[in-house]
Design a protein around this ligand. Structure first.
Ligand code: HSE
Length: 428
């Protein structure tokens, strides 16, 4: 039967949901030209009544069982009932668009197995990098590639906070408040600042790249909440910016997965990525470096990515081919080797606060050397007026277990150490 319209059931009418409705109304002609049929919102489900009472549905189950609805757009976020909505929608023969990175990262296996079994599509561009078409770029644009590495600034809130600290010299707490005022950080920004949001996105991109479910628990995660403005200012003078970077790198001993604050040289492409912008670098064996850049947070960028997904999946719904070929080539039996975090290699910035007396530097360099950590450069900025010295060391590349072993020993030497040593990875 020929379709007159593509009917959408929208579940979740918050910031992004409202943006989606607005773009679909304003860009009606663009969507019609691309799909060949009008895209209509038939129902909207939300916990509370909405400003479009004629479309309002209180129970999401009524949307899932509506035979006229072709496509369900899940925008409620969180794990439940989002997971149930996605799974039940696929089983009911609906295609799905979602922006929910948390549910995808946690239930990748179940969601994509169900989509494959039901031969339905699930599109999720807005789950990673806001408006940046990195999911499509990775799965289609770079379909031929053996992916060697994915690294990116994948969280707009933390990037906004770090930009504020670097540009304006404000503390972490002030920068977080500024991000909330600017409308980027959530009332509860813990998933952003503790790195979990970035880890969810990295898990999604890595699972896509390597065709196997890479779990958040495989990723070593450190957020930005304990970052000291002192280190932001010192490293800025050394020619670095601090960015929260998610990195997945293929090594001969497994995939090395981490999320952590990193120092990037002012010349590095990531250094120019400021405020709510995100950037993702994908390195393929034949492609070399491919860089994606755009707004990673905010209502309209996220809504724009959702509407692009709606348009793209609608093209297949019109021809009855949505989900016939899997969107995610995923083999649930394939096991991928993960490099233990202790074996991850990097060079580091270290800031020691130690007693200012003879023999201290020798002790520190001795303990670093004992753990096979080699010093690339060392400086002791003059902070006269203090009874302690600030020693800055940049190391050569070393295994994480070496640097952590050395710092454990140094920090435990209470006779010379005034406060815990700061360690930040240097991103090349
Ligand atoms: N909280 C997310 C961010 C929104 O700040 O990037 C987009 O996923």
């Amino acid at each position: 039967m020929k379709k007159k319209f593509i009917n959408i059931g929208l579940i979740g009418y918050g910031t992004v949901g409202k943006g989606v409705v607005k773009i679909l109304e304003e860009n009606k002609k663009i969507a019609l030209r691309k799909v060949g049929k009008a895209i209509c919102i038939k129902s909207i489900c939300d916990l509370n009544p909405i400003d479009k009472p004629e479309l309002y549905v209180k129970n999401f189950k009524d949307i899932i069982k509506d035979p006229e609805i072709d496509l369900i757009v899940e925008l409620i976020g969180g794990y439940e009932p989002a997971r149930t909505i996605i799974i039940e929608s696929l089983k009911a023969g609906k295609n799905v668009v979602t922006a929910n990175k948390a549910v995808l990262a946690k239930y990748w296996n179940q969601i994509f197995t169900t989509a494959q079994d039901c031969q339905k599509s699930i599109y999720y561009e807005a789950s990673v990098g806001g408006v940046i078409p990195v999911v499509q770029g990775l799965s289609e644009g770079l379909a031929s590639e053996e992916i060697l590495e994915i690294k990116g600034i994948l969280n707009g809130t933390t990037n906004y906070i770090l930009s504020e600290m670097t540009k304006n010299g404000v503390s972490y707490e002030t920068a977080l408040k500024n991000a909330q005022v600017a409308g980027f950080a959530e009332a509860d920004p813990s998933f952003d600042v503790n790195g979990i949001d970035t880890a969810n996105k990295l898990a999604i991109l890595s699972s896509l790249a390597w065709g196997s479910w890479i779990k958040v628990k495989d990723i070593s995660v450190k957020g930005i909440a304990d970052l000291n403005i002192e280190d932001v200012l010192i490293t800025r003078d050394f020619g670095y910016d601090i960015k929260l970077i998610g990195c997945a790198q293929k090594t001969k001993n497994g995939i090395d997965l981490s999320v952590q604050p990193c120092l990037v040289n002012h010349e590095n492409a990531f250094a120019t990525v400021e405020n709510e912008y995100n950037a993702v670098m994908i390195i393929g064996k034949d492609s070399g470096d491919v860089l994606f850049y755009g707004k990673g947070a905010g209502q309209q960028p996220a809504a724009s990515a959702v509407v692009s997904d709606i348009i793209n999946v609608s093209k297949f719904i019109v021809t009855n081919t949505a989900g016939i070929v899997s969107d995610v080539i995923y083999d649930k039996k394939k096991k991928i080797k993960i490099l233990p975090a202790s074996k991850s290699k990097a060079s580091y910035y270290l800031r020691f606060s130690v007693l200012d007396k003879s023999g201290v530097l020798a002790k520190i360099s001795g303990m670093l050397g004992k753990h096979k950590v080699s010093i690339a450069s060392l400086s002791q900025p003059d902070i006269s007026g203090n009874d302690y010295a600030r020693i800055i060391i940049i190391t050569h590349e070393t295994c994480r277990e070496n640097i952590e072993g050395a710092l454990k020993q140094i920090n435990a030497t209470k006779s010379i150490v005034k406060s815990k040593t700061v360690k930040i990875k240097i991103e090349i």
